[in-house]
Write a protein that binds this ligand. Structure first.
Ligand SMILES: Nc1nc2c(ncn2[C@@H]2O[C@H](COP(=O)(O)OP(=O)(O)OP(=O)(O)O)[C@@H](O)[C@H]2O)c(=O)[nH]1
Ligand SMILES: [Mg+2]
Length: 499
């Protein structure tokens, strides 16, 4: 796996990811309306798919999404929510590089056990596929291997589900070696029960057909071949887990240093495309990748920043969330998501111009809860956060320049503590800075110490981590009055000076 940056680690403080900086100026299509140039601007990363083909030879069905028809089952919620879900699926499909030709939604109590949509609707879908010349159907859910297989038999083109689509986008956008490994792990986990025959393998397990060739979707290797492939994939997964753990080690060291120095950490979280990276840029001038694409950011980027009073803090931009984020990804990205669980404060960015911002807030909180629960589970390399202490959350409604005024008024009364900003125009950013300074724990312990000259290291730490209120050089050492983090105050205990 090569890294387009020529770097192996993009989690440092001062990395600058400019090579694919791709902001489209003055043009802001809404979700689901991304233009052709957006898609052609996307480069497909030839990474995992080829590798998997190596591993399993003919087994892996590469996602070559070109002309797609979307299909969804609307089981609960309002018509607006069903519509938003399809619009999001369209945006995901376009982010993955495909052209959306048509979308069908079926109202049902629950998805059809056999074919996801009902059989009548499946035939209708077949007609739409024929009429539009689509080569792929994307279903808005996670389908069982058997459902995918059965639906493919009816529509006679490739059928993939929302989970596979999201995994494909992640694979395209991963740039760091850690990100690539995490995506590969998630994809393999998804693929394992779906090896060629998607579901056919299930019937074999159940003592079904004897693996004779026969028609679409049933051709394939014999049982032993599939088993060999499964074993090879499991071996690769084990290797990836080990690699991810090692890569995480390097990042942990950095984080431990940060924790020790007690620099408060703020993590920017939120729905994908809400403007998290834009906000990081607005607050720190970082210049990270901003793109009107879903999951543009996969690797956490951390920047140092300072409040007005000179106090330092670190700000981390993270991977975006989405409704029903595939569990394979949550698990594989666990080490990345630790940036979230270890933060002192979460800045939760909400796209105020989205038609249903409160649904986004809910989806993000669900993922965060899941991540926090995972983080509380005991594991070998525990560090930082003590169980149960979730970081505080500040809601930031972004894109107020583009938001509907009525929605904004509703949000203001619904979310009284929230900040309202535009990362694009800068409106509200100064106020947000003040709010952050208030919320982030101040390292306020006042000390008055006489530090002997042999402990220059301590004086250096006071300078680095605290605020000097006054200092003078005395015959016995440096006399310092300062506000310092609690940990440093206790390290200075022996040098307390009473004057
Ligand atoms: N109108 C408007 N557009 C904004 C604002 N902030 C961000 N955007 C646009 O929203 C899109 C997404 O911005 P990003 O900062 O990449 O969003 P993100 O949350 O980091 O997205 P992912 O990393 O993909 O999850 C880009 O097209 C931005 O130009 C804003 O305040 N107003
Ligand atoms: Mg981003």
């Amino acid at each position: 796996m090569t890294n387009t940056h020529g770097k192996t680690d993009s989690h440092g403080f001062d990395e600058y990811e400019a090579d694919h900086f791709d902001e489209r100026h003055g043009h802001d299509p809404s979700i689901g309306e991304m233009q052709l140039d957006d898609r052609s601007a996307l480069r497909r990363v030839a990474g995992l798919s080829t590798e998997l083909t190596d591993v399993t030879e003919v087994e892996y069905r590469q996602l070559r999404l070109e002309r797609v028809v979307l299909v969804g089952v609307w089981t609960s919620g309002t018509a607006a929510q069903a519509e938003a879900s399809m619009a999001e699926l369209a945006a995901l499909a376009e982010t993955a590089g495909s052209e959306v030709l048509e979308g069908l939604v079926q109202r049902r109590d629950k998805p059809d056990a056999a074919t996801y949509i009902g059989s009548g609707k499946a035939n209708e879908l077949r007609d739409v596929v024929l009429a539009t010349g689509a080569d792929t159907v994307i279903a808005d859910g996670e389908l069982t291997p058997a459902q995918l297989n059965a639906l493919e038999k009816v529509v006679k083109v490739k059928v993939i589900d929302r989970t596979a689509l999201i995994l494909d986008i992640f694979a395209q956008h991963a740039t760091s070696s850690e990100g690539k490994a995490q995506v590969a792990l998630a994809q393999m986990q998804y693929m394992l029960p779906r090896l060629r025959g998607w579901g056919e393998s299930m019937s074999r397990q159940a003592g079904g057909r004897a693996g004779k060739d026969g028609g679409v979707g049933t051709r394939g290797p014999g049982e032993t071949k599939i088993e060999t492939d499964r074993r090879r994939i499991r071996e690769r997964m084990a290797k990836l887990r080990r690699e991810i753990k090692e890569m995480k080690g390097a990042r942990d060291t950095k984080r431990t240093q940060r924790l020790r120095s007690e620099v408060p950490s703020v993590a920017i979280v939120g729905y994908t495309n809400a403007g998290k990276s834009s906000l990081l840029n607005a607050l720190t001038g970082a210049g990270v990748l901003v793109q009107n694409a879903l999951f543009a950011t996969l690797d956490p980027t951390t920047r140092k920043a300072a409040f007005e009073d000179g106090r330092q803090y670190v700000l981390t931009d993270t991977v975006g969330f989405v409704r029903h984020l595939p569990t394979q990804l949550v698990e594989a990205f666990r080490s990345t998501l630790e940036e979230v669980t270890d933060a002192d404060l979460l800045v939760h960015v909400v796209d105020g111009s989205d038609p249903l911002p409160t649904d986004q807030i809910k989806a993000v909180r669900e993922v965060i809860t899941e991540v926090l629960r995972e983080a509380d589970a005991p594991r070998d390399s525990d560090m930082g956060r003590s169980a149960g202490s979730a970081p505080a959350e500040l809601l930031v409604v972004n894109k107020i320049d583009a938001a509907d005024p009525v929605t904004l008024t509703q949000l203001r009364s619904l979310l009284p503590g929230a900040a309202f900003v535009s990362a694009r125009t800068g409106e509200g950013i100064a106020e947000l800075r003040e709010q952050l300074a208030e919320l982030v724990k101040s390292p306020e312990v006042e000390v008055n110490v006489l530090v002997p000259y042999t402990r220059g290291d301590l004086v250096a730490r006071i300078h680095a981590d605290g605020r000097i209120l006054g200092s003078s050089h005395e015959p016995e050492g440096t006399l310092v009055r300062a506000k310092v983090p609690e940990a440093l105050a206790s390290a200075l205990r022996d040098y307390r000076h009473s004057a």
